[in-house]
Design a binder for this molecule. Sequence first.
Ligand SMILES: Nc1ncnc2c1ncn2[C@@H]1O[C@H](COP(=O)(O)OP(=O)(O)OP(=O)(O)O)[C@@H](O)[C@H]1O
Ligand SMILES: [Mg+2]
Length: 233
Amino acid sequence: MLSVEGLCVSYGLLRAVQRLDLTIAAGEVVSLIGANGAGKSSTLKALMGLAPNREGKVSIAGRTISHIAAAQRVRSGLALSPEGRHVFPDMSVAENLLAGAAGASRADADCRTANVFAMFPKLMSRQSQLAGTMSGGEQQMLAIARALMSSPRVLLLDEPTLGLAPIIVDELAELIETLRAGGLAILLAEQNVEFALAVSNRAYVLDAGVLVKSGNSRALASDPAILAAYLGL
Ligand SMILES: Nc1ncnc2c1ncn2[C@@H]1O[C@H](COP(=O)(O)OP(=O)(O)OP(=O)(O)O)[C@@H](O)[C@H]1O
Ligand SMILES: [Mg+2]
């Protein structure tokens, strides 16, 4: 569903991502793991067309999208839930969701809102609450729900567990599994390596912008080098 070849991102002289190749199938969760500054967010931003200086080929369902702007990438089926959530704090839950469906007809937007509310009942009961007054976990769910409002085929999740209580992290794991089972392709960037390897089918390990390892998540979770470097074991 998503195919990436030779992705490079740079900021001036700093090469944040170097020649990354990556694929994700429909119904597959792939995680991108690595320490602070490894290049995870830069990768996701570049896929969305938001990193300023990028190279490489990105295709979604066989269609090359590397030359088109972010808004068009959303229309071709790519959506991002960004690191730090970035919900619109002075807008209500319902308005934040509508913003995620920009470009859709009113009828489509209403239908997608109903689907999202079925998946996130808590958001339905809070639909008129200002997003900035929601808890961290609620804002995270809203950020993911807003991304789903564009009916994506590929969902990019950047650090969704950051700052969440363990019980909410468990809810998030269930949500990711539900979305995967529904056929979505998911790319999950996480510093929480234990969580990422537990919820993903495959993983890519980035170190200073370079892909150092990739493979089956279960195998990586027992790889001594991964345990030592990322899980402190
Ligand atoms: N807008 C920017 N301008 C200059 N340098 C940047 C910019 N954004 C990121 N960088 C640098 O690029 C490198 C990769 O950053 P990136 O945010 O992609 O890492 P990350 O893996 O997402 O880290 P974290 O786990 O802390 O979120 C870092 O060295 C960072 O300082
Ligand atoms: Mg990041």
